[in-house]
Ligand binder design. Structure first.
Ligand code: GLU
Length: 282
């Protein structure tokens, strides 16, 4: 928390300077020279590194919808681009990385659940997806979760997607758990599993990036996944993050980010559920 206060003060000073300089173009831009208050002054944000269109690392570049929302929110909280450090938060490690202070907040296709709320807090939601299935493009047997009986399915350890299969379809489905969705796509492409399951927006990005047209999303979502911003329990930042999300939606930047990050992927967000209204903070 100490470093947040420092960051906010430094950024407030920087934005006052930028405003008084009048052009406005440099608000949130890089402070030139030695104006920053020491190297420890920033924010560490957890994202996915292997989910095209959501959170993707390519060298020093980080792209995707989660990353765009994270940057927007961090800017609104007073952090400039060069004060943000991205860190990978795999599905199974998200709660513990917040609890250990490895990251300050998480934007990583992170569904708000009551179970997770026992150990961490959430702001948001900023998006609503639905669990779906990814299969070979020529697969005609699997049209929904009820067709999974006797099939091999891949999902990711620590995800709500794997949990739902274990809870609702445990008897008939052989579940292979992997640390990340990219490994599941590899297993599907190699014919080791019949389907991959997770949120539709993740699957659409994976199909567009990996499949050469030979993978398809079934398009029959069977859950509501409300993406929240993961925060350490007791955080005082939830209200400010919700205000930033609301502003992003009202300004049209949210819609632009959805469009830019789903371009080329066969995906349209559920318009009945998106954009969502952030919930009251705990
Ligand atoms: N949204 C789901 C979750 O938070 C699945 C996606 C993921 O593993 O990040 O568990």
């Amino acid at each position: 928390m100490r470093k947040h206060t420092m960051g906010l003060l430094a950024a407030a000073a920087a934005s006052t300077l930028a405003l008084s300089a009048c052009g406005g173009a440099e608000v949130g831009g890089e402070p030139e020279g030695g104006s920053s208050e020491g190297a420890g002054d920033g924010i560490t944000i957890g994202i996915k590194y292997d989910q095209p269109g959501l959170g993707l690392q390519d060298g020093a570049d980080y792209t995707g919808f989660d990353v765009d929302v994270a940057r927007y929110v961090a800017n609104e909280l007073g952090y400039s681009e060069d004060q943000i450090t991205f860190r990978e938060t795999p599905s199974a490690n998200r709660e513990s990385m917040l609890q250990n202070g490895d990251v300050d907040m998480i934007f990583a296709t992170y569904s708000i659940t009551d179970e997770r709320k026992q150990v961490i807090d959430f702001a948001g939601p900023y998006f609503v997806a639905g669990q779906d299935l990814l299969v070979a493009a020529d697969n005609t047997d699997i049209t929904g979760p009820e067709d999974l009986e006797g099939k091999n399915l891949c999902s990711v350890t620590g995800s709500t997607s794997a949990e739902k299969i274990k809870t609702d379809y445990a008897e008939g489905v052989q579940l292979l758990e992997r640390p990340g969705y990219a490994e599941c796509v590899t297993a599907l492409s190699a014919g080791q599993v019949d389907a991959v399951t997770t949120d539709d927006i993740i699957l659409a990005g994976l199909a567009a990036a990996n499949g050469d047209g030979n993978l398809k999303v079934v398009g029959n979502p069977f859950s509501e996944e409300r993406y929240g911003v993961g925060l350490p329990k007791g955080s005082d930042q939830c209200e400010d993050i919700n205000a930033a999300i609301t502003k992003m939606i009202e300004e049209g930047a949210w819609e632009d980010a959805v469009a830019a990050n789903t371009e080329g992927a066969d995906y349209t967000p559920n318009a009945d559920l998106n954009p969502p209204t952030p919930e009251a903070c705990a």
